[in-house]
Design a protein around this ligand. Structure first.
Ligand SMILES: *[C@@H]1O[C@H](CO)[C@@H](O)[C@H](O)[C@H]1NC(C)=O
Length: 313
């Protein structure tokens, strides 16, 4: 993630003032407006452990919907987050199977990253803090969520809680607070028309564009970004645990090592071997309620390569 150090400073700020969440992920989905180069394959990088903590207590995830109101988008994201628990039934390869790769990371006492469960949701309507969320206004969004939520709904424990603020596409979140999910987040379901470039070709010609398994390129792309960020916040919550490279200001984390990799053989613009549903939409994981998702792989520390449960080898 870009500018992790700022994110880190914010995290302290957040802990001091509200003690509400251990960590914060903020997403704003902005369709097709940001150029980010597609990186087809990962280079071998020396991923190292820097002795800091990982999220080893059961991770409670709290979602704050900040004017993110489309009910079908919410349902897709909610079902995805509910699929992380290994008790939520879904056929193999499942979202819970995908999380097992993340759980292979440990801290210096040998504690693995824990399970993750959606533990509360809060709805913040009518742009209560405006359409540009600064550090301070983000703080208020969280404070409101904590104070106005039903008992038990957001019983925030900053040691085990991860807050995820999802905003509508017209809300701006400063880059240092999180990721704007731009057009390229929707790849491989769509390719930004104004990118000035054609989609990457695969080795055997053609391109990898495919239908979105839940019917919306933006939300289906955002699913993979959410998974990416959850993997990284769990394995590197204070930016002193698992990352590659010498620079903690822009660490290469366990999901940054596998951009564009969704199946065996991925690389050079090819997403790898994934499944097709009966409408021809691509997916690689099953979730609850017969959902299907396409989620990028993460670095497996034992196999020392990008890996996911749909791997053929
Ligand atoms: C914990 O991590 C170790 C080392 O990667 C791995 O061998 C073990 O299977 C992991 N345990 C769980 C429950 O994932």
């Amino acid at each position: 993630m870009d500018n992790k150090l700022h994110f880190f400073h914010y995290l302290h700020f957040l802990l001091l003032l509200s003690s509400s969440c251990f960590s914060l992920l903020a997403f704003s989905w902005i369709p097709y407006n940001e150029n980010k180069n597609y990186r087809g394959s990962s280079d071998l990088v020396n991923l190292e452990y820097h002795m800091g903590p990982v999220l080893s207590s059961p991770i409670k995830l709290y979602v704050i919907w900040y004017d993110y109101l489309d009910p079908s988008h919410q349902a897709t994201i909610r079902d995805f987050l509910n699929s992380f628990s290994s008790s939520s039934y879904a056929p193999h390869p499942s979202v819970a199977d995908w999380w097992r790769t993340v759980r292979l990371y440990t801290d210096q006492t040998g504690q693995n990253i824990s399970t993750i469960s959606l533990s509360g949701e809060f709805f913040d309507f009518k742009y209560s803090q405006g359409k540009y969320l600064s550090r301070l206004s983000m703080q208020y969004v969280i404070k409101n969520a904590v104070m106005r939520s039903q008992p038990e709904s957001l019983p925030l424990n900053y040691r085990t809680g991860v807050c995820q603020v999802l905003t509508s596409y017209d809300v701006q979140v400063p880059r240092f607070l999180g990721k704007q999910c731009p057009g390229f987040c929707a790849y491989p379901f769509a390719w930004p028309k104004n990118s000035g470039k054609p989609p990457p070709n695969t080795i055997n010609g053609g391109n990898s564009l495919m239908g979105a398994p839940n019917g919306d390129p933006g939300v289906d792309g955002m699913i993979s970004v959410i998974a990416h960020e959850l993997a990284e916040v769990s394995s590197n919550p204070l930016v002193n645990a698992w990352y590659a490279g010498d620079n903690p200001i822009s660490p290469t984390e366990i999901a940054d090592l596998c951009p564009g990799v969704y199946g065996t053989g991925a690389g050079g613009g090819y997403v790898g071997q994934v499944y097709k549903d009966s409408w021809g939409n691509g997916f690689n994981l099953h979730g609850v309620k017969e959902r299907k998702f396409l989620v990028q792989w993460v670095w497996n520390p034992l196999r020392r390569r990008c890996f996911g449960p749909n791997a053929m080898d």
